[in-house]
Ligand binder design. Structure first.
Ligand code: CO
Length: 292
């Protein structure tokens, strides 16, 4: 399968044809990266200062905006600097939401905005544990934020002022990955989810689906042989380009790059054109039981 589908839209609020809309939905749901080579997120005068690693708070992995509370965390910015940073991130949230609504109108009613985030440190520029190392091939799953079966749709845009490409490797289709790892994944202990929720370790109830996705994410990253031998295709995502992808299904590894702004959305599976292509339905089919 060709892992990338290219669409040449240049503006975040540009109307698009039904033909493009259906191609976008089909490609995304098949687990492809939808690539917009000329869709640029413009930084206002002075905003490139937020791309400096010094703007990251000590110990933080990224700077992120919580859309519910409207608060930016992970940054050392204060005062008017903080206000300007928040303004930039809100602008991306709004641009990305408008864009997905136009491109995938069937999702718009049910699309839930998640975090807006920025990683000012270059990929591979710091040592980290396997589990947090996104240069390893993985599908996304969040330890603290159970999605309860919802899809993770991400809009990513390369805003590098130094003309640095983002390079990704894209792996095998989700079902192949799931078949390879599923029988190795342990079962969730009964009552553990309620406990995690009560203790505030997870925000919401960790379903069996969340548990399996997390285990799958970890198992992929831990398996050295798999990391070396999995069939992957390298994709170059230059400055001034944007891409959309369901990162819970498309296995990906960030090879290199810096300065990518990212907007996360959640989407209930029933908003999809092909629910059966969701990781939830694939894992349920392979496991022979309901997972939410
Ligand atoms: Co990822």
């Amino acid at each position: 399968m060709e892992p990338v589908s290219i669409i040449d839209i240049q503006n975040w609020d540009e109307p698009c044809s039904e033909q493009i809309q259906s191609r976008a939905v089909e490609s995304l749901e098949l687990g492809k990266v939808l690539f917009f080579p000329h869709l640029k997120f413009h930084l206002n005068h002075g905003e490139s200062r937020f791309l400096h690693p010094g703007k990251l708070a000590r110990g933080a992995r990224n700077i992120s905006l919580d859309p519910g509370r409207g608060i930016v965390s992970g940054t050392s910015c204060r005062g008017s600097d903080y206000d300007d940073l928040r303004e930039m991130m809100l602008r991306l949230l709004n641009a990305a939401r408008t864009f997905v609504n136009i491109l995938c109108p069937r999702y718009s009613e049910e699309l839930i905005p998640g975090r807006t985030s920025l990683q000012p440190v270059a990929i591979g520029g710091r040592r980290t544990s396997n589990r947090l190392d996104d240069t390893l091939l993985h599908v996304d799953a969040f330890p603290a934020y159970p999605v309860q079966g919802k899809r993770i749709l991400r809009v990513l845009t390369n805003v590098s002022p130094e003309r640095v490409d983002r390079v990704w490797r894209i792996g095998e289709p989700f079902e192949d990955v799931a078949r390879r790892f599923l029988n190795r994944l342990p079962r969730q202990l009964p009552h553990s989810s309620r406990l995690l929720e009560l203790l505030g370790i997870t925000k919401g109830f960790r379903t069996e689906y969340d548990y399996l996705m997390l285990r799958l994410h970890n198992a992929m990253k831990k398996d050295k042989l798999y990391q070396q031998s999995a069939r992957t295709i390298e994709v170059t995502l230059p400055p001034g380009s944007t891409w959309l992808v369901f990162t819970d299904a498309a296995s990906h590894a960030a090879r290199s790059g810096q300065h990518v702004l990212e907007q996360t959305f959640y989407l209930p599976v029933d908003a999809m054109a092909h629910q059966d292509l969701s990781p939830l339905r694939i894992l349920e089919r392979l496991g022979g039981r309901r997972l939410t």
